[in-house]
Design a protein around this ligand. Structure first.
Ligand code: HEM
Length: 460
């Protein structure tokens, strides 16, 4: 009898909303506690920062990923860090945070990313700049860029050196499909539906298994090449794992989790950032003015230290992910009956989801102008960036399992933004008033983002 569940089952939310997350945002705004429950999914969803802090920090142990959710992603992510709790998670988190936390890795990430930009991204854009008939899908370009970057930083490999039986685009398509079909599993009213399909290897489950097979080939090749290049002498994340794990399947799961972590999130953040830039020339101008002041006119960015001095750019990147978080929502599983700080009772076994996309649109968190794109909201009077409470902005998650690649991601986002904006003006090839997202584990623009690239008259 629940109206919301009826709307979910017959998909009638599509009449009013372009995106599923917009419908949830609407429901969460109407709720006085900013928490709702979708009975048919057994899912409590919240946009209340106190609840988010409670589940991600205060009562972290009572809100793990859980077996039900892990089962949904098990075929795709196996025992990779994104899909496990307990000792398996602690082990991978420890190795990863030690490796990614090293100052030398941050410096190396800056160098790798800027090398990728200079050698691949800029020449690609320059080759189409100013040509009216050359349309580029920025989303696709950013997926390639972030794939190369994560392979080089985390695995110490350039994808070009992989001896692949299929073109890299086939792997990319398989990745996108596996992410979409795995996310769709989570949206079915009963897990029985996809489990039966998997048992008989039919429909979407058949496609998913095929995509996973292709992804496994890629991960296998990464491990093979790393071994060939004498991993023990190298210092990269994969070599660290290979030094302690001999189980090939486990290593493969780890590689796949890092590809997903590093490729899709960064590509998604860059895509929505440039989509917003095409609509906000005043912000673009602000970034260029700051760059000229801090780096110097006609001078190139040469150090990680200088990048950190670009506060307006940093604010613009944060602001863009406030409105368009790469991971729009994220779910945990309640182990024992609990009460959230807003008074919501959560029964043992319930899926509990925090919703960064909706949280970025809440007036009580961001004020009455919450729907506007305003990097200034992140700056103090002295123009320095001000870090908001992470539980109000859980774009990188927050608390005990906060994203381990945050710093690396910010280096990538800011370096790409700066390099491209200083050389080109990127315009949408077709008007696209609001983004429409396709289902997936990370937010993806349906149909990509086709653009025209124009050279800037004089480099600023
Ligand atoms: C804009 C880019 C990024 C965003 C928005 C982002 C966001 C997130 C979020 C929301 C989670 C929690 C996911 C979950 O538990 O279900 C997460 C976890 C994680 N992220 Fe990121 N991420 C980004 C880039 C990266 C990059 C480049 C890496 C590189 C290695 C990375 C590595 C990780 C890892 C290892 C975890 C798992 C942490 C754990 O479970 O303890 N992320 N990230």
């Amino acid at each position: 009898n629940c109206e919301i569940c009826q709307t979910y089952i017959n998909s009638s939310w599509k009449i009013q909303f372009d995106n599923f997350c917009d419908w949830y945002t609407h429901l969460l705004k109407k709720s006085t506690t900013r928490t709702i429950h979708i009975h048919v999914l057994g899912n409590t969803i919240t946009a209340n920062p106190d609840n988010v802090e409670y589940m991600l920090k205060t009562r972290f142990d009572n809100f793990p990923k859980g077996k039900n959710f892990s089962a949904i992603l098990a075929d795709f992510l196996g025992r990779g860090i994104f899909n496990v709790d307990g000792d398996l998670w602690r082990f991978q988190r420890k190795i990863t945070s030690l490796e990614l936390g090293r100052a030398s890795v941050k410096k190396c990430a800056f160098e790798v990313v800027n090398h990728e930009i200079d050698q691949r991204l800029l020449p690609l854009l320059a080759s189409v700049a100013g040509k009216e008939d050359e349309i580029l899908d920025m989303q696709d370009v950013f997926k390639r860029f972030s794939f190369d970057s994560i392979c080089r930083v985390s695995f110490g490999l350039d994808p070009k050196c992989l001896d692949l039986s299929l073109p890299i685009t086939k792997f990319a398509a398989a990745f996108d499909l596996a992410s979409k079909l795995s996310a769709e599993r989570a949206m079915t009213a009963s897990p029985l539906l996809w489990k039966v399909k998997r048992l008989f290897n039919v429909g979407s489950e058949r496609k998913l298994q095929r995509a996973i097979k292709i992804i496994n080939m890629l991960a296998q090749e990464v491990i093979k090449q790393r071994r060939k290049f004498r991993f023990s002498e190298e210092k990269d994340l994969l070599s660290r794992f290979m030094g302690t794990i001999s189980d090939e399947k486990y290593l493969r799961d780890i590689v796949i989790s890092f590809l997903l972590a590093g490729r899709d999130t960064v590509a998604s953040a860059l895509t929505s950032f440039f989509w917003l830039m095409s609509k906000h020339p005043e912000v673009e101008a602000g970034i260029l003015v700051e760059a000229d002041r801090v780096i110097g006119q006609n001078k190139e960015l040469t150090s990680y230290k200088k990048l950190k001095e670009l506060h307006y750019l940093h604010a613009a990147v944060y602001e863009s992910m406030r409105l368009y978080p790469p991971i729009q929502f994220d779910s945990k599983f309640c182990l024992e009956d609990d009460h959230l700080p807003d008074g919501t009772f959560v029964k043992k076994g319930t899926r509990v989801t925090y919703h960064p996309y909706a949280m970025g649109r809440m007036e009580e968190i961001w004020g009455p102008d919450c729907m506007e794109f305003k990097p200034e909201r992140w700056l103090k009077n002295d123009g320095l960036f001000f870090q908001e409470n992470p539980f109000k902005y859980p774009v990188f998650q927050a608390g005990v399992r906060i994203c381990l690649g945050k710093e690396m991601a910010l280096v990538e986002l800011k370096s790409v933004a700066l390099s491209l904006l200083r050389r080109f003006r990127i315009e949408l090839a077709q008007p696209q008033p609001t983004p429409s997202f396709s289902p997936g584990l990370t937010s993806t623009f349906r149909g990509g983002v086709p653009v025209l690239v124009r050279p800037r008259k004089a480099p600023s």
